[in-house]
Design a binder for this molecule. Structure first.
Ligand code: GDP
Length: 367
């Protein structure tokens, strides 16, 4: 039958095909009399928010909603995938509302990284990307590090107003908010979902102590991330869970590194030198001669060079190649959503290969 099934919790259209999509409920839930989507189910039973993904149109709706509010915007980014999780254009929509920038997953970076340096780097990058945040913080939502500080900053900067938390999927926004709920409230049934005029999107409202709300907005999918090209079972090769142990390679000219079968790095010229790779500890790095690299990939992608898995190779996008001339000291070649390679001295010529659709670029070193 063609009748739309509506979630009685939030009013979203219920579907059972895409578990990561808006309005998902398992098929078994559709047989019940009162149907709620999985997101509302978790909210109702566990007081927990769950991330849902959106189309670009939905996201524009959210951005427009933000501009019409008088609020503090909290923007959460993944420090390991800073540029990939940035949400470009947000600053054009927020109007006069201040933006508090929060870098999550600080636990992934080597302990030797100075926090202040990283915060300054984030401020600098934000400026280049057109955003002037009211403040920049670094937290680990999963480990709970600096969460108290973040909650105090939110309370300070919101100045008696509502708070909207935005971020793209996988930055850890749900983890962040769930921690705030646990540490900040402790009450049961405190969370409500609500509709915003002109959108079909549910946003989740968490009451603050003065009658205002902290609002969780759905996360946007970033299509340029590596994560879309690998099997769910292989996400650990991409999304690190533990402190990254940088791997240093001394390379001669005309040597190649493969990062599993997901990306390739050629060192073309600039004399023997070292390259520091910041990638998930689980991902195998394979070194070879440049002249043998094409053949190695052709015959071993999907097995020696994995992920992707063998059975995925057919649908795996072809590599695109981009050359970079390193002209400044301490530069990162960033493989969006996978990690980066730091080059300390200028004068190197390199080439980076990523599956078509994934972005690769140069930036000032984060570390
Ligand atoms: P959301 O899609 O933005 O809501 O992100 P989730 O909260 O679902 O988290 C996405 C992934 O990042 C999960 O695998 C989390 O375990 C992981 N994650 C979240 N916060 C942190 C953190 O502070 N550190 C690390 N290392 N991983 C985190």
């Amino acid at each position: 039958n063609n009748e739309k099934i509506i979630c009685i919790g939030c009013g979203v259209s219920v579907q059972s095909e895409d578990p990561a999509g808006l309005g998902y409920a398992p098929a078994s839930a559709l047989e019940k009399e009162e149907i709620v989507c999985q997101r509302c189910f978790r909210l109702k039973n566990y007081n927990e928010v769950q991330d849902v993904s959106l189309t670009d149109d939905d996201f524009l709706n959210i951005l427009n909603t933000l501009g019409q509010t008088d609020s503090l915007i909290v923007k959460v980014v993944d420090i390991f995938d800073f540029n990939g999780s940035w949400l470009p254009g947000l600053h054009r929509f927020v109007g006069k509302n201040p933006v508090l920038l929060i870098g999550n997953k600080a636990d992934l970076l080597p302990k030797s990284v100075k926090k202040n340096r990283l915060i300054n780097w984030m401020k600098q990058q934000a400026k280049e990307l057109g955003l002037k945040p009211i403040d920049v913080l670094l937290v680990s939502a999963a480990k709970g590090a600096s969460m108290q500080e973040a909650m105090e900053a939110i309370d300070h900067y919101r100045n008696g107003k509502d708070v909207y938390v935005v971020g793209c999927t996988n930055v850890g926004k749900s983890t962040f908010i769930n921690r705030i709920i646990k540490e900040g409230t402790g009450d049961k049934d405190v969370i409500t979902t609500s509709h915003f005029p002109g959108t079909t999107l549910d946003m989740i409202e968490i009451p603050l102590d003065d009658g205002h709300f902290l609002v969780d907005t759905p996360g946007i999918i970033n299509h340029h991330q590596m994560a879309h090209f690998v099997d769910k079972r292989d996400l650990k090769y991409i999304t690190p869970k533990k402190e990254i142990k940088p791997k240093i390679f001394q390379l001669n000219e005309q040597q190649t590194l493969f990062f599993g079968g997901l990306a390739r790095f050629d060192y073309l010229s600039g004399g023997r030198r070292s390259f520091t790779c910041y990638l998930s500890n689980e991902l195998m790095i394979h070194r070879t001669k440049l002249e043998k690299a094409d053949e190695l990939y052709a015959s071993h992608a999907g097995e020696l060079l994995t992920p992707p898995r063998r059975e995925e190779m057919e649908g795996f996008p072809e590599f695109t190649r981009q050359e970079f001339m390193i002209k400044e000291e301490k530069m990162d070649v960033v493989f969006s959503g996978l990690g980066w390679v730091t080059i300390n001295e200028p004068g190197a010529k390199v080439a980076a290969y990523v599956p078509k659709g994934v972005s690769v670029f140069l930036r000032k070193s984060l570390i």
